[in-house]
Design a protein around this ligand. Structure first.
Ligand code: NAP
Length: 162
């Protein structure tokens, strides 16, 4: 399966329940990669979506351990095992883990491709990803040109399991 996320120079991904910074070009890249696919997120990340609504044109799965949790437009699954069972009949390249910290950590061992936006800045943060560049099992197989938005530089990278 795939993962997609944005990190800063410290591999931070979030703060106070939200993203670190608003980068329209990164949101556009996220939309392009995930449209028409199945996206899997934790309950906290779901709460951070605009209006707490499902992402359009995607099958939205939210993970929670809460009994009787229901949310319009979301398939609710209660464990990693339930997710793996649910996606087993979907082509692996059609499935994206979209965060946050807990869900990325749980599924890192299942991810073969990671779309990573590296933001060349440091932000106040309370949620982090692992340093992929210290993991020999992942290698960069593609990188974009340098992007620049309102003075913030960033690049898209594709990491694949070797
Ligand atoms: N930079 C990026 O690309 C990016 C992307 C996405 C999110 N984020 C950021 O990441 C932060 C949120 O991360 P987070 O770690 O706090 O929360 P999270 O991973 O989004 O969600 C955690 C919740 O998911 C549920 N959960 C976790 N593991 C589970 C399991 N094995 N089975 C069933 N349910 C499970 C639990 O929900 P219950 O408590 O309901 O049981 C848990 O509280 C936010 O700041 C967000 O903006 C950043």
């Amino acid at each position: 399966m795939n993962m997609i996320l944005a990190v800063d120079k410290n591999w931070a991904i979030g703060c106070d329940g939200g993203l670190l910074v608003h980068l329209p070009g990164d949101l556009k890249f996220f939309k392009e990669q995930t449209s028409g696919k199945t996206v899997i997120m934790g309950r906290t990340t779901m709460e951070s979506l605009p209006g707490k609504k499902p992402l359009p044109n995607r099958e939205n799965i939210v993970m929670t351990r809460q009994e009787d949790f229901e949310k319009d437009g979301f398939k609710v699954l209660k464990s990693k095992e339930a997710v793996l069972d649910y996606v087993k009949d979907i082509a692996e390249d059609q499935v994206f883990i979209i965060g946050g910290e807990q869900i990325y950590k749980s599924f890192l061992s299942d991810a073969d491709t990671i779309y990573l936006t590296k933001i060349d800045a440091e932000f106040k943060a309370d949620r982090y990803f692992v340093n992929l560049d210290e993991m020999p099992e992942f290698k960069v197989t593609w990188e974009s040109r340098l992007q620049d938005e309102n003075g913030i530089a960033y690049k898209f990278y594709k990491y694949e399991r070797v």
